[in-house]
Design a protein around this ligand. Structure first.
Ligand code: BEZ
Length: 212
């Protein structure tokens, strides 16, 4: 198992999922992607997480993000559990859940942390860009449900950097000023940022969020 780091190519794989067999890279196509693992089916925190992801379908679609979940449980278990998620979380799970019974994908992505649990995946999240490179990795413990608003916030930030040459400062939220990336020279600013900018220091230049 190789260590995965930011900027690495997301390892490709084929896997059995609740929506048929997928080749991960082909399934991603030109989209951004989220691959996230959970410890087990029919567990309370995971039920709320997958329900939340399903309810955020429109938010992911808006951002051109495809989502795939994963645990080491089998397909029949996933299918039965989806009914419970839909019922209890008032939603419809409409993204693939990978049945990683042989732990092939979990191992590829280092999702099993034996000193936490040697049989189940922890709560890993990988955000993958349209170039198939790893853009974000976060690992949560089994007992803490993820904050999917934070994931959307990070995707917004990543897309602002990719498409508009700005980064986002601490605690940034939609609509707030952004930071012009250091690679942009002073000479380029006027053409790139017609809304204007403020130079607080030569290395700290802020501009209104460009894409609103
Ligand atoms: C769960 O729901 O997945 C869970 C809850 C408490 C501890 C560990 C896992």
């Amino acid at each position: 198992m190789a260590t995965i780091r930011l900027g690495d190519e997301a390892p490709n794989f084929t896997a059995v999922t609740t929506e048929g067999e997928i080749n991960f890279h082909e399934w991603l196509g030109n989209s951004w992607g989220i691959l996230f693992s959970h410890p087990a089916d029919y567990t309370p925190v995971c039920t709320t997480e997958l329900g939340t992801v399903a309810r955020y379908t429109d938010e992911f679609k808006k951002r051109n993000v495809k989502v795939a979940a994963l645990s080491v449980d089998g397909l029949e278990s996933h299918r039965g559990w989806i009914k419970d998620i839909n019922e209890t979380q008032k939603t419809t799970v409409n993204f693939p859940i990978i049945a990683d019974e042989d732990k092939k994908v979990s191992t590829l992505y280092d999702m099993i942390h034996p000193n936490a649990n040697d049989k189940q995946t922890v709560r890993s999240v990988f955000v993958i860009g349209p170039d198939k490179k790893i853009k974000l990795m976060i690992t949560y413990p089994a007992s803490t449900g993820r904050n999917f608003d934070e994931l959307l916030r990070v995707i917004d930030s990543l897309q602002l950097t990719a498409y508009h040459k700005v980064a986002t400062p601490a605690n940034w939220k939609q609509g707030e000023d952004c930071v012009i990336v250091p690679a942009v020279t002073t000479e380029q600013i006027a053409a790139l940022f017609p809304k204007g900018y403020k130079e607080i220091k030569s290395y700290l230049r802020v501009t209104p969020q460009p894409n609103i």
